[in-house]
Ligand binder design. Sequence first.
Ligand SMILES: Cc1cc2nc3c(=O)[nH]c(=O)nc-3n(C[C@H](O)[C@H](O)[C@H](O)COP(=O)(O)OP(=O)(O)OC[C@H]3O[C@@H](n4cnc5c(N)ncnc54)[C@H](O)[C@@H]3O)c2cc1C
Length: 506
Amino acid sequence: MHDEPGRTMDPTPSEKERAHAVVIAGGGPTGLMLAGELALARVDVAVVERRQTQDLAGARAGGLHARTLEVLDQRGIVERFVARGQVAQPAGFGPVHFDISDFPTRHNYGLGLWQDVTERLLADWVGELGVPFYRGREVTGFAQDDDGVDVALSDGGSLRAAYLVGCDGGRSVVRKAAGIDFPGWDASVSYLIAITQMTGEPAFGIRRDQKGTYGMGKLEDGSVRVVLREDEVADRTEPTLDDLRRVLTALYGTDFGLRGATWLSRFTDMTRQAASYRKGRVLLAGDAAHVHSPMGGQGLNLGVQEAVNLGWKLAQVVKGASPASLLDTYHAERHPVAARALRKTMAQTALSRGDERMEAVRESIAELLHMDEPRKRYAAMMTGLDVHYDLGAGHPLLGRRMPDLDVVTADGPRRVFSFLHEARPVLLNLGEPGAFDVTAWSTRVRRVDARHTGAWELPVLGAVAAPAAVLIRPDGHVAWVEDGAPGAGARLPEALANWLGAPSAA
Ligand SMILES: Cc1cc2nc3c(=O)[nH]c(=O)nc-3n(C[C@H](O)[C@H](O)[C@H](O)COP(=O)(O)OP(=O)(O)OC[C@H]3O[C@@H](n4cnc5c(N)ncnc54)[C@H](O)[C@@H]3O)c2cc1C
C-alpha cells in the first residue's frame, strides 16, 4: 500500500475547508483526470472517495488506447504511463485486432496497463497538483440551489460547492439523486472477474461457448486473472469465493485447486446511458454517465476523455469567464461519442457468442475489417482518434483533434502538444508572426507564432490542406481554422468569444 497522494482531509473538516468551487464524487480514473484538469486551471477542487486507498481498483481495465495516450501527452505525463505499461496493439473489434502502426500519431499503439496502476499514476499527478481528498467517505446526496450545491457525506458532514460532478461509477448516487434517467438495456450475461491463487495448473487462454467467452491469464506475480461467464445473469450481490469455485467447476470441470482471491468482482453487459450529462449545477462523467460491456476496452478511455472535455469548460464557468451554457456543449459533444461506443460494445457482446452461425458472422466481419478502409475507420473509432465534434462546416480540422506537429518557434523546435501542458487554449499562428490580434483575450489564450513545413495528416482522412492558423482548445480539439476561405479570419473573434467568453475591455 502507498501513502496516499494529495492532501487527505481530516474526518471532520474545518469550516474553511468545507467549501470548494468544485466537488468531485469519486476518485476513479474519471474523477482523478477531472481533478487534475481543474487543478491545472487553478480551480479549487476536492475529491470525495469512498476507498481509503487508491490501491483497491483491481485489474479491471487492461489498457489505454491511442487518443487517451495523446491526451496524457498533451499534459506532459504520458511517459509515466508508457514506462509502466506494455506497448501493444490492443484495439480490436470482434474477432479482429487492429495494427495502427501506420496511423499519423506519435502514439500509434495501445498500452497494456492494469487499472490499478493507471489510477495510481493519475493519483500521484493529482497529488502533485495539491488536490485535497476526502477519503473513506461517500457522497450520500445533495441539494442544489441557484448559487451552489450542498453535498452530503456519509460521515454526517457536508461540503458546499459551486458545482458537483458525479464520477462515482455505474451505480452513481449523484445520478440517482439528480433524478437523471438512465435508459438502455438490461444485462444479458454476467461475469465473475478475480485475481486468484491456484495450486493446480491453470488452463490459460480464452474459450468460447454458446453464451460467450471466458478465460484466464497469468499475471506478473504468478497470480491468475480469471474472467468467467456465469450460467445465469446474476443479481447484484457481491460474489463469494464459493461462487467463483462453482463457476470454475461448471466451465472447466475443476477449480484448479483454488486457494483464494485477492480481488473478486462481478460485471455484466448492462448497457445504459444517462439521458442528460448535466442537471443545473450537477454533472456526470465516466461510468456514472454510461455503463456497458467491457468488450473493446472503452469505459476508462471514455471517462478520461470526458474529463478532459469537461474540465476546462467547468473551469471557465466557475471563474465567471464563460456562461453556464458552455457546459451544455459537454453533453452535446460527448453524449454521441459514448452512445456510439455503447452500440459497438453491444455488437461485440453478440459477436462473442459461439455457435456455428455466429462463427460465420465473425468470419464475415473479419474479412471486412481486414480491408484497409474499414480497418482504418474502425481502428480510429475504437482508439478514439476519429472523434469529431460538430463545430459547423469548414476545414476538416474543425472539431477534430489537433495533430502533434513538430514546429519551430523563436525558442527553437517544439511539439504542438507541449503548448497544451497547462491546459490553456492556444492560438497557433503558422503564418506571418503577430498576424492575429488576441489582446482582448490575452489572459485566456496563449498565442504561439511558429513554422511548420511538413504535411498535415489526419487518421482516416489522410492529408489535409495546411492551415495558416488554428485555435486549439485545452482538450486538444480545433475550434477555428484560418484556411484562406473568405471571412475565416474575421470569424476568430466569434470563436474566441464562443469558447473563451466575452472579450475583456481594452
Ligand atoms: C472486466 C473489466 C474490464 C475492463 N476493461 C477495460 C479496458 O480494457 N479499457 C477501458 O477503457 N475500460 C475497461 N473497463 C471499464 C473501466 O473499468 C471503467 O469504465 C472505469 O473504471 C470507469 O472509471 P470511473 O472513474 O468513471 O468509475 P469507477 O472506476 O467506477 O470509479 C468510481 C469511483 O467512485 C467511488 N465511489 C463510488 N460511489 C461513491 C460515492 N457515493 N461517494 C464517493 N465515492 C464513490 C468508487 O470507490 C470509485 O473509486 C473494464 C471493466 C471491467 C469490469
